[in-house]
Write a protein that binds this ligand. Sequence first.
Ligand code: S3P
Length: 437
Amino acid sequence: MNGHHLQRGDTVQEQNPAYGPPLSPPSQKMQSMDNLQQFCRPNRLAGTLTLPGDKSISHRALLLSALADGPTTIENLSDGEDVQATAQCLRQLGLAVTGSGSAWTVHGRPLAQWQPPTTALNCGNSGTTMRLLCGALAARPGLQATLTGDRSLQLRPMARLAAPLRQLGAEVQMATDERPPLEIVGRALHGAEIVLTVASAQVKTAVLLAGLHASGPVSVREPLPSRDHTERMLVAMGADLRQRDGAWQLQPGPLRPLAAYRVPGDPSSAAFGVALALLHPQAQVSVAQVCLNPTRMGWLRVLQRMAAVVAVRPSADIGGEPCGTVLASSSALVATDVAGDEVPQCIDELPILALCAAAACGTSRFLGIGELRVKESDRLAALVRLTTALGAQVRSGPDWLEITGVGGCANWSAIPAFDPGLDHRMALCAAVAGLAG
Ligand code: S3P
């Protein structure tokens, strides 16, 4: 799980007796008992949230640097376990990935020099590691690899990945239910025009990474635009990649190292801090160095429709991505509808948006959100559990959710315990509920 840090001294932590027993000293704000952590509302919340490096960009910075011939230093790499899984898999493929904390060096080598792994590549809980790596490895003739992961990853659908890669000539086998582990036998790939059936940045990236080594041009078209970090980074690394008639067109070719790269702050992590500030009755929070890439900012557009008191101050780009500060303060939220075509650009923030809907006045509808069922957990089911427990009126279907909020989170019911089911975003949603309500 990524770390979220309100800077020391910034949070005023007097306890409001209406919301539970006094918490003193402040370090007991979050009490940990084995795996159970308790969150209660402080009277006031003010300060600056510092962010870890963006998780999606961190995976890409490691993997694309590994494919370029030469060293790259990476600052502010996400320190979460998912990104460490990518680093560890690259080491198993013979690449030198060294560093600690958020400062890392990757000594990239052309794909043809990557070593066949001697044991299965363990992607842990990280779908991004598995899908991106699969795209790269599928194009390395002579390399055979098994990609596996934890209990949650082994339940995630992989046919959406195998099908387009096979159109390029790749050999990818899955377990009978089209889930991991994956068996890859690297092949010489050919060009193709790929039309994706799911708007997935992971699958799009896998196709582009495979396409770098194909014998002819590769184009990839998505049903709806998803995050474009890979495209930005590939262009910065000298790839011949253009958008034409709504599709990405790639001419195969080598990448040059970025040499020095800084990962911008994670907007998905920022969304939890911003939501907490909006929900809490006495809050003013700023989040600096947030990646403001429009393909990641759907959540802020939704919150603005909900009458959120937010402001954005753009600053200099970081790592080829627009960045800035987001300021947020206590808000009386109103309901909104989230349409299916908005979903790819707020896919990871739908849980925290649903939590906001549970505090808003009125009924919010989230449509076309079936993808939530195949994330680290069935997030749609988890959201029904969480928002119902808080007291909201909730209805749901296979790919939709309707939440009638309680008109302010002071009206939420306390939740004795919530099981996030190995899912970091659901754990953070429940933590925000406890800190705000
Ligand atoms: C990601 C893409 C999204 C997102 C995931 C990270 C990425 O997944 O939910 O957390 O880094 O490309 P999908 O591609 O499955 O939509």
